[in-house]
Structures are given as C-alpha cells and as structure tokens.
Design a protein around this ligand. Sequence first.
Ligand SMILES: Nc1ncnc2c1ncn2[C@@H]1O[C@H](COP(=O)(O)OP(=O)(O)OP(=O)(O)O)[C@@H](O)[C@H]1O
Length: 297
Amino acid sequence: MNAPLRHAEVETGSGIAVNGATVTYRNGLTAIRDASFAIPTGTIAALVGVNGSGKSTLFKAIMGFVRLARGDITVLGMPVAEALRKNLVAYVPQAEEVDWNFPVLVEDVVMMGRYGHMNFLRMAKKADHEAVEAALARVNMLDYRKRQIGELSGGQKKRVFLARALAQDGRVILLDEPFTGVDVKTEDQIIALLRELRDEGRVMLVSTHNLGSVPEFCDRTILVKGTVLAYGPTEETFTQANLEQAFGGVLRHFMLHHNTAEEGSGVRVFTDDERPLLFEGGKARRHSPGETTGEPR
Ligand SMILES: Nc1ncnc2c1ncn2[C@@H]1O[C@H](COP(=O)(O)OP(=O)(O)OP(=O)(O)O)[C@@H](O)[C@H]1O
C-alpha cells in the first residue's frame, strides 16, 4: 500500500497526483526523492524552488520522459502513458529549450499541437486549421501567423507556445517559467488566459522563479527542494517560513538586494517586475497597483 499523501487530500476530479515519486538520473544523482502532491482539476498550481531543486525533473516525470525509480504519477486519474497517448498533457517550454533559428512559421508551431490528433501522415484537416486559428486568436497572435518564429519578441514567443498547447486542447498544461523575458502587460495577459483555462476545468502547473506573481494567481503552491517540502492552497503554503526553507539564504539575499523594508510583521520584497510582494504575519500578498510602496503602513 502506498504511504498516505502529506496534507492528505481526497479530491474528486484529480488533476495530477504524484505519490512518493523518486527520480534517479543515469549518473546516479537522485534529483527528486519521495515527492508527493496532488492538484485537483480546475486549478492553477505553482511549482516553486531554486535552480536545480528538481522542478524540471518533476515536469519530465509527468510527461513520461524520465522513469520513476519509486512511486507513481497519475494524470486525470490515469497512468502518465495513457494520458500522453490520449494527448491530454501539453507543455509550454522554456525559451532556452527552443531553437529559434529553425525556419518555421508561427502557424506551423501551433499546428504541431494538432499532430497527436492527426493520423501518421500528418495531413491537417479543416478542424485542425480551425483549431490553430482559434488558438492564435485567443492569445492575440493571429496577425503574426505567417511570421518566422525567430522574429518574435520573448512575450510573443511565449504566447505562440501557449497557442500550441491550446490547439492541442491539453487538459493538463505544464508551463516552464512562462514569465521569464515577458513584460508586465504580457504577464497579465497570460495570467488572464490561465484563469480562463482554469475555469474550463483544466489543470495548469507553472514552474516559476517569479515569486511576486504566485499569490496573485496560483490557487495552490508546491515548494520543491529535492523533494516536495510542502503543497496545498497558496494561502497556507506560500508563507515566509516555507519560502525560507525552500530558498534558504537565497530568499534573504533576494530580500536584502531588493530594497526590502521591515516594519512590524510586514516584510516588503521588491520583486524583479517592480510589483512588490508583501509578507504580513508570515503570509504573502502582492501590492495592488497604486498602493504606496516603501512607506510605513
Ligand atoms: N539529465 C540529467 N542527468 C543528470 N542530472 C540531471 C539531469 N537533469 C537534471 N539533473 C540534475 O538534477 C537536479 C535537478 O535539476 P532540475 O533541472 O530538475 O532542476 P530545476 O529546479 O528545474 O532547475 P532550474 O530552475 O534551473 O530549471 C540538478 O542537480 C541537476 O543538475
């Protein structure tokens, strides 16, 4: 019998359930040990941790790219291999994983999301073209459909890969650092889109270094450091104490170097996109636009 999940949740509509997962790479390094978390459908969850903490390894495990030495993962209640066969898992990669010099048009990238729906000849049908068009319209990139992918800005590239996930109609969407290299406006657009997708009952798992945005739009947070340190509703897990455990000195360094001011129980953390994160009584919230920052409250 499997060990019970930490913060045991019995959820109907299970989105992703990772139970005691351990991944050891060929060189003998165990990147993730005994990791457990569960995310229900209709959720945006943040996967938060420092570089090398194992976020990508968890993504790879959910996409079946790496084998589990122990434990198991189910996606929408089925084993990973079955969910992949049914084309249910979509992936939005980090910019660094993509060869931007490869000569391919925006609409061709989005069409790749349809491959799993086509037969082995990969002949696009009317429905496939319609899905590509709808996906590009949804991310406001229809006007760029004939552009070379390498000719786009960082935020536009992200939106094209989001459109690919939409064209695929993935019920579970894994997004690796979706806010790196995008401006605040694009970040807001992406967040708005993720909220719509959540309301459609999809599951989004978002790996991010941008702590500032997490309490704003992620319902759940999973803190990673070689294992899952904590997971659950963001208001319970995204606490100063848990973040310090996950980030160790890095969080303090981050605070020290970003004009943090401590007053009473509130610690202001000025994040890289200039929208500070504020810890009050150990809990985080983001400053609202217009709210004064740096002033005693
Ligand atoms: N193919 C591999 N073979 C051996 N070790 C690996 C491999 N891929 C990753 N690792 C190691 O596993 C650990 C976790 O790496 P992982 O890429 O999952 O971290 P991450 O949290 O995604 O980091 P980042 O934020 O930098 O993307 C690291 O120590 C890394 O060096």
